[in-house]
Design a protein around this ligand. Structure first.
Ligand code: MG
Ligand code: MG
Length: 258
């Protein structure tokens, strides 16, 4: 189902997504070689509960933890564990909260210590593909305009776009309509109305676009073991320019200090 929000509901969604943005920054301050993804999960859960919210992913379809932590060739939905991050790793941290009945959902891919230049380039292109998509999230465009912009930017760097997972509407449910693929044709798909709130979340691979799901039933990995990056913003469709409900500013402040 697609639910167009009132202005008041967009503000509630902003509060939820700002809490996610602050949670990701809290986690960012603890990312270093040796920290386990389960330790990061615990930090996030405490931070969310301390701010009067609930972790949205924990218990969602049986997912056991607060964060999705996806390392290197893991695309998304990695389960926090006693894996200790290593120098040169990348880790996508995806976080969801429920605050005042509305969901927040955003993700950022972090570097652990010194990371190879070719992997940094994958991160740059993935983030740029997200930003290219956001520029299209305006009244009167269609979902396919976002999808196409993300795909063109990612493929211009020589990367491939994951097909098996897509972005989505966001509101009182974690996953609402419409689906927001990271690949597609201009001028196709659902027309974007003012105050439609969507998550745009490119999952971009260095090698093959193909993925496989681990035996844990959750972890999605690249088919060839090459790295994958993932960034996610929640945005409200507006006239002329999308309203960003997620910010990376808090994360950037932490990363500048480390
Ligand atoms: Mg997410
Ligand atoms: Mg999402």
């Amino acid at each position: 189902m697609i639910y167009i929000k009132t202005d008041a509901e967009v503000e509630l969604l902003r509060a939820s997504n700002m809490l996610v943005s602050r949670t990701l920054a809290e986690v960012a301050g603890h990312i270093r070689p040796g920290v386990t993804t389960l330790q990061l999960d615990s930090i996030a859960e405490t931070f969310i509960m301390d701010h009067g919210a609930l972790p949205a992913f924990k218990g969602y379809a049986g997912f056991p933890r607060t964060l999705c932590t996806s390392v290197n060739d893991e695309v998304v939905h990695g389960i926090p564990s006693d894996y200790a991050l290593r120098e040169g790793d990348i880790v996508s941290i995806d976080c969801g909260v429920i605050l005042n009945g509305f969901y927040g959902d955003s993700a950022f891919t972090f570097t652990v210590g010194e990371v190879k230049p070719e992997i940094l380039r994958l991160l740059e292109y993935t983030r740029a593909s997200l930003e290219a998509g956001v520029l299209e999230a305006v009244t009167g465009n269609r979902v396919g305009d976002i999808s196409h912009a993300v795909q063109v930017k990612a493929e211009s760097g020589g990367y491939s776009v994951v097909r098996t997972l897509v972005g989505h509407g966001l509101g009182r449910h974690l996953h609402e309509g419409p689906e927001v693929p990271n690949f597609g044709k201009r001028g196709t798909g659902t027309r974007l109305e003012r105050n439609l709130v969507i998550c745009i979340e490119p999952m971009i691979n260095m090698g093959t676009k193909n993925t496989r799901v681990e035996s844990d039933g959750w972890t999605v990995r690249t088919g060839d073991g090459k790295p994958s990056a993932h960034y996610e913003y929640a945005v409200a469709v507006r006239d002329g320019k999308a309203d960003l409900l997620t910010t990376y500013d808090y994360i950037e402040e932490v990363l500048l200090k480390r």
